[in-house]
Unconditional design. Structure first.
Length: 69
């Protein structure tokens, strides 16, 4: 996921939103479920953070800038 593209898919299920994030380079996928009241940006940030963690791209504690994308 270095320079690669991340694809987001949104599917509403009742009062929840299912957000899938796909890493285009590796084909890795993660899913998060959030309330529909969350903003699209919040949904994307959470899904991206989970994807980065799964891919081992989470910075060490204390070195994070607070930005996900």
């Amino acid at each position: 996921m270095g320079q690669g593209e991340v694809i987001f898919e949104f599917s509403q299920v009742g009062r929840q939103m299912r957000v899938a994030a796909f890493d285009a380079d590796t084909g890795t996928e993660v899913i998060v479920i959030m309330p529909v009241s969350a903003t699209k940006l919040q949904m994307q940030q959470l899904a991206l953070a989970k994807l980065r963690k799964k891919l081992g791209l989470v910075p060490p504690p204390g070195g994070a800038s607070g930005r996900l994308a």
